[in-house]
Design a protein around this ligand. Structure first.
Ligand code: NCD
Length: 313
């Protein structure tokens, strides 16, 4: 088996091109398994996976659950409400309790950046970050990369425009890191109020206008307007936002004719993306969901099978 040197998947940061290629190649194999009538394998038989979600999730949690089941693991779901007080204490206490039950992998989502990495220091099993605040969401970036690679045949040299609420988006962050690592050209398109202050240091080209930023793009990656994370008014109104930044047929014409339209979900139809574009011929949003299960199978297999060979601490 090819060497994969990491015990956890806490972010895309720290992964090398060979690490990412290994995960994507394995995910291609997992797609084949998921398309068979018999989808269950014995790869993780006897191992226990706990999904610990401190923040609501539909597709990420269900796809981690299916991925574990297709690999033959025993999967338990724990959804913990986020108590605003003593968050740190609650997080570590919960982690230690679960750790005592001897899981082999913990899949964790939390609303605070860095919470999953902190937890990984305390437990004795592998930890996968399923989204921590506005920090990282590595399996989303991997499933997006898999979707692009399977259709376009490569990642290097591909121009990807990431549009919308970059400020609050862990999906954007992880995608920028992954795409840059793999030699893609990354653009971000957003109003100034929805760009993080450090964006200039992230090796991306920044655009304020969709028309300019989409010119010649191979992939248009839309982001959800994360209104639940907005304390003040970041956008004047949803209508105005759609006018300037919502993806509709007119704006999409500026991208390449065969450009892919992506969205991590959940979508706000009519806010960041027009319904007919979300359901249109260039949309690969459903493929992204399918690739999500495959990527999570690949990640768990890679972390846990190599871990059992005792290669790493
Ligand atoms: C994303 C998330 O939770 O970060 N959704 C997802 O994982 N499918 C994006 C979002 O919430 O907008």
């Amino acid at each position: 088996m090819v060497h994969y040197p990491h015990r956890h998947l806490l972010g895309i940061k720290g992964l090398t091109p060979p690490d990412i290629e290994l995960l994507l190649d394995r995910a291609d194999e997992a797609v084949k398994i998921s398309r068979q009538r018999e989808k269950k394998t014995t790869t993780l038989r006897g191992l226990t996976q706990i999904n610990l979600f401190f923040e609501a999730s539909t597709r990420t949690q269900s796809s981690f659950e299916l991925a574990g089941k297709r690999l033959g693991a025993d999967v338990m779901n724990m959804s913990v409400g986020n108590s605003s007080v003593k968050k740190g204490e609650t997080l570590i206490d919960t982690a230690m309790t679960l750790n005592a039950m001897r899981p082999d992998v913990l899949v964790v989502r939390h609303s605070s950046a860095g919470a999953v990495a902190l937890l990984a220091q305390k437990v004795s099993c592998s930890v996968i970050n399923a989204g921590d605040g506005a920090h990282e969401h590595p399996t989303q970036a991997l499933l997006d990369a898999l979707t692009i690679r399977r259709i376009k045949g490569r990642l290097s040299g591909i121009t990807v425009a990431i549009c919308g609420d970059v400020l609050h988006s862990r999906v954007a962050r992880s995608n920028i890191l992954l795409l840059n690592t793999m030699g893609a050209r990354v653009r971000v398109i957003a109003p100034a109020t929805l760009l993080p202050s450090g964006i200039a240091d992230m090796s991306v080209e920044v655009f304020r206008s969709m028309e300019e930023g989409l010119k010649g793009a191979d992939v248009v990656m839309m982001l959800r307007l994360q209104r639940e994370r907005m304390a003040g008014s970041f956008v004047p109104s949803v209508r105005e936002y759609f006018h300037y930044y919502g993806l509709d047929a007119d704006k999409l014409k500026h991208a390449k004719p065969d450009a892919l339209v992506m969205h991590p979900g959940p979508m706000n139809r009519g806010v960041e993306i027009a319904s007919d574009i979300a359901d249109g011929p260039q949309s690969v949003i459903e493929q992204q969901v399918e690739m999500g299960v495959a990527v999570r199978m690949a990640v768990m297999e890679t972390l846990l099978v190599s871990a059992n060979q005792g290669e790493r601490a």
